[in-house]
Unconditional design. Structure first.
Length: 292
């Protein structure tokens, strides 16, 4: 009889280094790291730098410095999304071959102008009103020949119908782990995103596509991230089903807020970890501020 060790759980922290890490990132990184430690699991860091203009190398180096300073350790090698555009292109090609993606040439201004006021996706962006969903083959070819750039959007209705077929009619769901170890199976509402962009105009990927491809490639079993990404999980589950990828468990942690109850964000000029360190704040104090 052979004895097989159960596979170890895999957790990850996946920052987008388009600004210095702040307290909110520390909470996220510590949540994944501590959950991994308690579960005797593995802990990975993935650099989500598909935004090749905004993600600068010195910010990536700073991510590693900040995490080490916090006492966090991670496995090598670190995956960098900017080196994996061919993998994302292959995943997109698979969806496109199944008629689930279509080119959309519309500009942001055109989408805004055509959108129904007040009807938004879960991020608060105007819901795409289907502008280029039914362009003719000739129109598409003419626009490409004229050098118009395009994004690839998911045909949400078709995609959901296909996923339900693949699930033999079972509902699309995800499992949320609570702080206390409880599991809750929740509906994955991908439709709320409408015909979301799966391949951007400027880079041959999108956050949503890259994150599901890479969580699967790295065999991540536990996705820990902030509640700001809770609704994105619906779309991620849809893509996982369509691409035949395994389903991880999810834990969406609380978000740190400023004095006025607003979510901390790098755009709001919140104090970065490096700046706090320069001011003499210790790693132990940052851990405490994050509730660890
Ligand atoms: N890269 C994303 C961010 O920094 C997080 C991705 C994830 O954890 O799924 O907001």
């Amino acid at each position: 009889m052979t004895f097989r060790m159960p596979p170890r759980a895999v957790y990850r922290f996946a920052p987008s280094p388009n600004g210095p890490l702040h307290l909110g990132h520390a909470l996220s990184a510590l949540t994944g790291f501590e959950m991994a430690r308690r579960a005797n699991g593995r802990f990975l860091v993935r650099i989500e730098d598909i935004d090749v203009v905004r993600c600068r190398p010195e910010l990536v180096a700073q991510v590693f410095d900040d995490l080490s300073w916090l006492g966090i350790g991670w496995e090598q090698p670190v995956m960098h999304q900017s080196q994996r555009f061919d993998v994302y292109a292959a995943a997109a090609a698979k969806l496109r071959a199944e008629g689930l993606l279509y080119p959309c040439f519309a500009t942001r201004a055109e989408v805004h102008a055509a959108a129904v006021p007040g009807v938004t996706d879960p991020d608060g962006a105007p819901l795409y009103p289907g502008l280029h969903r039914h362009l003719s083959h000739d129109d598409i070819e003419a626009r490409i020949a004229a050098g118009q750039s395009f994004a690839l959007r998911i045909d949400m209705q078709r995609a959901v119908a296909r996923a339900l077929e693949m699930l033999n009619g079972a509902p699309l769901t995800f499992t949320e782990l609570g702080e206390d170890g409880t599991h809750e199976v929740l509906p994955a509402n991908a439709e709320a995103w409408g015909d979301a962009v799966i391949v951007r105009k400027d880079v041959p990927a999108s956050y949503h596509l890259a994150v599901v491809v890479d969580d699967a490639a790295q065999e991540v079993t536990h996705v820990t991230r902030g509640r700001d990404l809770f609704h994105a999980t619906g779309l991620h589950r849809l893509l996982q089903v369509l691409l035949g990828l395994p389903e991880p468990l999810y834990h969406h942690h609380r978000l740190l807020t400023d004095g006025e109850g607003r979510k901390l964000a790098k755009s709001a000029g919140d104090i970065g970890l490096a700046a706090l360190r320069t001011q003499g704040v210790t790693a132990a104090e940052v851990r405490r501020m994050c509730g660890f």
